[in-house]
Design a binder for this molecule. Structure first.
Ligand SMILES: N[C@@H](CCC(=O)N[C@@H](CS)C(=O)NCC(=O)O)C(=O)O
Length: 323
């Protein structure tokens, strides 16, 4: 664990002292956009046209943010156009690293040993955290974007002419609703589990814990009336929620002390998770070995022994009863 400062790797843990024991997530730094014709995207310069084989996705199978992009890649038939490198599940002194053990792939573009080298090859004097996912452009040899929410949007539409898949997970008529769900789910749930787990003061932990379960309660009730968050259509808001929920009982409940109850103890959330898990292509993106090994094996301050729990034993393929 660490970060780059002026292109030099420093092995430092998150600073929670300056924020009253709270974990504060840093904004991603690379914000360019791939567009169908290479024209400018909403936040970045142009010059990144959608092309088969040009872009590469660096992910961790453990990471819920990277997981979103892997799911969208499946749902949008992008696997043949955008290839993937999978980092080692362990994030230790050098941060994310590359090897070929345990289902990792190594760095398939440049053969780097460490993910921070991907960042410094894009920007030699980079200062900031070194995170996954990263969308890499082979042609310009740089990072296009390292913010999963934006990579998700690009995957949703930029490559449609190449794939012929025009399924829209951010449809214009539902955007207000989707944006509202995303905002509350990011704070209370996606980032909320981390705010609970990485808190270093009791009050900061309890505040995150309360907000997390209040929001899960709210969503569980909502899912009693609707199949998905925005009604009867699966949208990106569901994908963004799913990647946290599928990790909940295996990791966040124990490791991050989110233990008021298990996700499986809710009424509607478990079937909703299975519904999404059973969509074509999704189950193949879920790797519980990487998920558990990463969290329990990488956070020495939280789990010093590195013992990885054997359970839970949950069958995500049993009927979901929704639909
Ligand atoms: N806002 C980013 C966050 C990504 C992120 O924080 N990824 C984690 C893994 S789950 C990471 O790489 N952390 C390394 C670090 O913070 O040093 C996104 O959604 O893409």
């Amino acid at each position: 664990m660490g970060m780059l400062v002026d292109g030099q790797w420093r092995d430092v843990w998150y600073d929670t002292r300056s924020s009253g024991g709270q974990f504060v997530r840093e904004d991603a730094r690379f914000r360019h956009w791939v567009t169908a014709d290479g024209g400018p995207g909403p936040e970045g310069e142009g010059g990144f046209a959608a092309e088969a084989g040009r872009y590469h996705l660096y992910v961790s199978l453990a990471c819920p943010w990277a997981h979103r992009t892997l799911i969208m890649r499946e749902l949008k038939d992008l696997a043949g156009l955008i290839d993937v490198s999978v980092v080692s599940p362990y994030m230790l002194e050098q941060g994310w690293s590359f090897d070929r053990a345990e289902g990792s792939t190594g760095d398939r573009v440049a053969g780097h040993d460490y993910h921070h080298q991907v960042y410094t090859s894009a920007r030699p004097d980079y200062t900031g955290r070194v995170t996954v996912p990263v969308l890499w452009d082979r042609e310009r040899a740089t990072i296009v974007n390292n913010e999963s929410a934006e990579i998700l949007r690009m995957f949703n539409s930029a490559f449609d002419d190449l794939t012929g898949n025009t399924q829209d997970y951010y449809p214009a008529d539902l955007r207000g609703d989707i944006d509202a769900w995303n905002a509350r789910i990011y704070g209370a749930i996606n980032n909320g589990v981390y705010r609970a787990g990485f808190a270093t003061e009791q009050a900061a932990y309890e505040e995150a814990y309360r907000a997390l379960f209040a929001e899960l309660d709210h969503i569980d009730a909502h899912l009693g009336r609707h199949r998905y968050l925005a009604g009867d259509r699966l949208t990106e808001a569901d994908i963004r929620l799913f990647t946290t929920l599928i990790r909940f009982d295996a990791v966040y409940h124990g490791h991050f002390k989110c233990n008021r109850q298990r996700l499986e103890d809710y009424t509607h959330l478990p079937g909703y998770v299975r519904d999404i898990y059973q969509l074509p292509g999704v189950a193949g993106t879920v790797d519980f070995h990487h998920i558990k090994t990463h969290y329990y094996g990488s956070h020495g301050t939280i789990n010093p022994t590195g013992i990885v729990p054997a359970g839970p034993d949950i069958d995500y393929l049993r009927p979901h009863g929704r639909g």
